[in-house]
Design a protein around this ligand. Structure first.
Ligand code: THU
Length: 131
């Protein structure tokens, strides 16, 4: 279950600076689950988000499409992915990919990658440049 995978990996987050642990899990188009947690750095901008870690794990496993994502944190409200992660998620999202945002206390917000990043920049925008 994506929720269990995201909850478990969250415990392994390295977040000594923010003390805000985040876990993310992706189900790829073949059904396999990939997980990631945030990994901070004393040089703060070098830290990476849980979503980025899960995407890296999926790509390293040989998959480039996910159908479902689950993100969990110990926050008062389900934590929305940062702007950069929305773009990263959009790169690898299958059409209609579902995203569940959750708190460790059990609150859930269900959305989609498309709703998280309306008007997103995509490959089609580069077509005239031969990109
Ligand atoms: N963070 C994530 O990993 N994912 C999110 O969706 C929001 C924020 C991390 C980045 C940083 O390590 C900590 O949470 C505080 O911003």
């Amino acid at each position: 279950m994506l929720k269990d995978a995201a909850t478990a990996v969250r415990e392994r987050a390295y977040a000594p600076y923010s003390n805000f642990k985040v876990g993310a899990a992706l189900r790829d188009a073949a059904g396999a689950v990939h997980v990631g947690c945030n990994v901070e750095n004393v040089a703060y901008p070098e830290g990476t988000c849980a979503e980025a870690g899960a995407i890296a794990a999926m790509v390293a496993a040989g998959q480039t499409r996910f159908t479902e994502a689950f993100v969990i944190a110990d926050s008062p409200q389900p934590v929305p992915p940062c702007g950069g992660c929305r773009q990263k998620l959009a790169e690898f999202a299958a059409p209609g990919a579902k995203v569940t945002l959750a708190t460790t206390s059990g609150l859930i917000f269900e959305t989609t990658v498309a709703d998280l990043l309306p008007g997103s920049f995509g490959r089609a925008h580069m077509e005239a440049s031969g990109g």
